[in-house]
Design a protein around this ligand. Structure first.
Ligand code: 5AD
Length: 361
């Protein structure tokens, strides 16, 4: 039989994908080989395997989360982020408790059973104020999940918010490698502190999500391999990844975006590494390509997080240029989202969408 050159070269790569699926483990060299040696054919094979694994655990279900961006004040100065403190062009806002509860009410009617409170690191939101918000949502929606995404806080603070009724916490590790981390963040932030926060959250009992940007400035295949090894070690319940997209008022304004192609590939790899992981097709993915979310699902993702914030503030939570907040990104369009997911063979469900425990092997 005649093999094309690509086929012969591609085969060790396919073996690596099989190994990852079988063992849920690779060495650093293997991760780098898989990332650096990817081709369109290898990616197709990966996505087929990733969908099979995702369907074994979650079937055809798509979980939705209502994202409430409740403050864009931030004390941090991350070099990539549009709401960094030194961006004086950002128009700052905070939602009050009543406005947050209105978002939840609207979301509940639309079929959301998870509310994600995301914000910058805003000192106004003390433990007391956040606790009050979490308790109010918990009291009104006992059957819903509450996810917090408000950055680095002390162990005690995380514990207090967990005891108030928060179930999940999203805190991207951004990049595992300390030197890379230092090139993306101001001196007062460190990779080690970020990683410790994630371990604290897990110990307290949250369902925890970490994650990173794909194609951030200075990123290499080696750093991505280290991210995968960190994820293998932490075993988070969720992993949020999306392409880096420059924001015009940041030091990285002129840097190129991460690609759709590499983001989809990393989604597929994460699904094979952690079969049970909750994996969103993120807003950033939907921003760089009109069908980015659908492609994300086809690569192994199983979660979508439409925006539930009041429309007047949506255009203010700009982490990057042209951030999408209409169409499939908007919670009001959940019917459209249902239809677009049905078209690719998946089903948006009304459910908390919890992490489903270890698959019996
Ligand atoms: N491009 C893509 N993602 C970004 N984030 C922040 N700024 C950008 C950007 N310019 C991501 C970070 C953060 C999450 C809330 O948004 O990874 O953790």
């Amino acid at each position: 039989m005649l093999y094309s050159v690509e086929k012969v070269l591609g085969e060790p790569m396919l073996k690596l994908i099989d190994k990852l699926k079988e063992m849920n483990h690779l060495t650093k060299e293997e991760w780098m080989a898989l990332i650096e040696g990817r081709t369109a054919d290898v990616a197709e094979y990966l996505f087929t395997q990733a969908r099979a694994v995702r369907e074994q655990v979650y079937g055809k279900d798509i979980y939705i989360r209502g994202l409430i961006e409740f403050t864009n004040y931030c004390k941090n100065d991350c070099l990539y982020c549009g709401i960094r403190r030194s961006n004086t062009n950002a128009c700052r806002y905070r939602l009050d408790l009543g406005e947050i509860l209105q978002c939840c009410e609207k979301g509940y009617e639309l079929g959301f059973r998870t509310f994600v409170l995301q914000g910058g690191e805003d000192a106004y939101f003390t433990d007391e104020r956040l606790e009050q918000i979490v308790k109010a949502i918990r009291g009104r929606y006992p059957e819903c999940a509450i996810t917090l995404s408000v950055g680095e806080r002390s162990y005690e603070s995380y514990k207090r918010l967990f005891d108030a009724g928060a179930d999940r916490y999203l805190l991207r590790h951004e990049t595992y490698n300390s030197e890379h981390y230092a090139k993306l963040h101001p001196a007062e932030l460190s990779a080690k502190t970020r990683q410790q926060c994630l371990r604290n959250l897990k110990e307290i009992g949250y369902q925890v999500g970490c994650g990173f940007m794909v194609g951030s400035p200075y990123q290499t295949a080696e750093y991505l391999a280290e991210d995968m090894m960190f994820i293998a070690d932490l075993k988070p319940h969720m992993v949020g990844i999306g392409p880096f997209i420059p924001h015009k008022d940041t030091p990285f304004a002129k840097e190129p975006s991460g690609t759709l192609e590499l983001t989809l590939y990393m989604l597929g790899l994460i699904r094979l590494l952690l079969p049970n992981v909750l994996l969103p097709a993120t807003t950033a993915l939907g921003t760089i390509a009109p069908n980015g979310r659908e492609l994300g699902i086809m690569a192994g993702a199983n979660v979508v997080m439409p925006n539930l914030s009041p429309s007047v503030v949506r255009e203010k939570y700009l982490l990057y240029n042209d951030k999408a907040y209409t169409g499939l990104e908007a919670a009001e369009s959940v019917q459209e989202l249902r239809e677009s997911m049905q078209q690719i063979g998946y089903e948006v469900v009304v459910s908390r969408g919890d992490w489903l425990g270890e698959r019996s092997k």
